[in-house]
Design a binder for this molecule. Sequence first.
Ligand SMILES: NC(=O)C1=CN([C@@H]2O[C@H](COP(=O)(O)OP(=O)(O)OC[C@H]3O[C@@H](n4cnc5c(N)ncnc54)[C@H](OP(=O)(O)O)[C@@H]3O)[C@@H](O)[C@H]2O)C=CC1
Ligand SMILES: CC(=O)[C@@H](O)[C@H](O)COP(=O)(O)O
Ligand SMILES: [Mn+2]
Length: 380
Amino acid sequence: MNIAILGSTGSVGKQALEVIEKAKHLSVYSLVANRNIALVEEQARKFKPKVVGIYDEKSALELKHRLADTDIKVLGGESGVVYAASCEDVDTVLSAIVGTAGLIPTYSAVKANKKVALANKETLVTAGHLIMELAKQTDNVILPVDSEHSAIFQAIGNNEIDSVEKIYLTASGGPFRGKTKEDLATITPKDALKHPNWSMGNKISIDSATLINKGLEVIEAKWLFDIDLNKIEVVVHPQSIIHSAVEFSDGNIIAQMGPSDMRMAISYAFSYPSRFKNNFKRLDLFSQSLTFERPDYETFDGLSLCIDAIKTGGSNPAVLNAANEVCVESFLSGKISFTDISKIIGTVLSKHKTIYAPSLNEVLEVDSWARECTLGIIKG
Ligand SMILES: NC(=O)C1=CN([C@@H]2O[C@H](COP(=O)(O)OP(=O)(O)OC[C@H]3O[C@@H](n4cnc5c(N)ncnc54)[C@H](OP(=O)(O)O)[C@@H]3O)[C@@H](O)[C@H]2O)C=CC1
Ligand SMILES: CC(=O)[C@@H](O)[C@H](O)COP(=O)(O)O
Ligand SMILES: [Mn+2]
């Protein structure tokens, strides 16, 4: 199976390469990244892809020089990335670019009828209605990689979606579980990046700390499983052992458990409908206890904003997502405080006039507008 790894230098991308290295019959056809060409060069020499797509044109040129002694095709810009994601010989695309930057390449992969293993939740948050419709038209399955959605997918198995009464979407609660709004006002990026259970990229780590990650995941679940919002319940489970659970119409609940290791969800997306064997560290059930709590929607009001945005629907989740991306960067670079993140997103949403059933172009326009609006608020 020929795989395209979009976001190969990131946390998910690197773990996907570990899975591929250990599995038989998998080969890397293409790699995609933005600027980290030192790591892409290393990956390219090791995995020998046919194509590398580098979004940043200048970095693409430099990588082309560095790989001049090989026959690897290096392509730059959005067109290079899209080619790497959708060219003929690719069978499966791992969508693991961070943020809205993943939307167009993922859309192109679905359109080209590739099997898509989806980590990039922002694609469904911003354009879930378009992606899922396109997948239906091309008779394509989107295989979830996000740990909760992989868990739900595994728990649903062959059951009819109509028999699902409730989805328990688990949340760790992030590094600030139990804190008050006042406590949150003074926390630093270094504190916020310390996730209690998972080692992940910066953006998703901050999203986990605000609980906006869980809000984005509610939206992702709604689209992936075509399920009513009122059937999705967020439950804080600080141990991150149960990755999510599904309650069926007869009261039976099926939960998926495992260590906090993304390689397992990635592996399942690649091997579906069968399973690969691996020797990744197993969960020791004897040293675990499992607890559950309700989320604090008032302190972590970013989660409430996400749920309101998808309740309204249309372009609102895309606005929220873009404002969040800008706010996360601004928080990490010290321009705004942690509690400013949800405040600013709320202000941007209040200035937006919802577009219902937006086209792809409208989603992209709304995304640009929301970014400018957010930057304007931050600059004062
Ligand atoms: N990390 C995790 O455990 C999990 C992540 N996810 C989701 O997976 C996605 C990736 O997360 P994560 O791996 O943590 O992110 P990282 O920040 O670790 O990696 C991001 C990757 O995206 C690449 N990238 C960024 N912008 C562009 C662009 N414009 N064009 C092409 N490539 C680009 C980066 O390249 P470069 O290095 O060159 O900048 C890098 O390879 C996110 O949507 C996240 O929500 C979901 C569940 C778990
Ligand atoms: C690994 C993964 O899927 C992340 O989305 C993780 O779930 C984040 O943890 P939180 O539950 O803290 O958002
Ligand atoms: Mn997740």
